[in-house]
Design a protein around this ligand. Sequence first.
Ligand code: TIU
Length: 223
Amino acid sequence: MVIPAQPYGFALNRSACALLIIDMQRDFLEPGGFGAALGNDVGQLRRAIGPNRVLLDAWRAAGLPVLHTREGHRPDLADLPPAKHARGNAAIRIGDAGPMGRILVRGEAGHDIIPELAPLAGEPVIDKPGKGAFFATDLAAILAHRGIRQLVVTGVTTEVCVSTTVREANDRGFDCLVLDDCTASYTSAFHDSALAMIAAQGGIFGWVGTSPDVITALSQEPS
Ligand code: TIU
């Protein structure tokens, strides 16, 4: 099944394709978390929740693999680069106490994936200390064990963790289809630019599509 996409159709191979949902965490999407501490309007990201919810239902119903990622750090912050800790002028930093627990720390409420998109048992959750999901994680091994060569990528934010992950995946030989309506940025111009960069130059980093087209393809493919 070829899914309409930019710069041209994405040939989905359902035996080798996973849905990768990036960092749909309370720390980025709810007030009082890391995103807000950086000075962002978290409301800008919430438009991606509904489309991800619908896509996730269709993807699970089709029986294809789902993986989730979370950005965050060990409670002792031993995996937090000093440069990342120091970056910016935030009044509240990674590891500090906030309304949803310690900011961007594993095990805290803010680090959780939002309830609307909660992982099911059997869906791997990749905890990553960086922006890219391949850096310092077991994602590459998990995908290799499952024979996955294609990724449909959603989540937040488009120009930071989604883009970094797609670039990492592209260099590792994966075909990535990034979904416009299922990704979001605190700055809409950055969202648009990030997606344009992925599909430019004949698909230099991958493809850009929308979730309704993926859902249509899933419903048409034999299961
Ligand atoms: N700040 C921002 O736009 N994003 C991040 O810090 N992490 C992710 O994108 N997940």
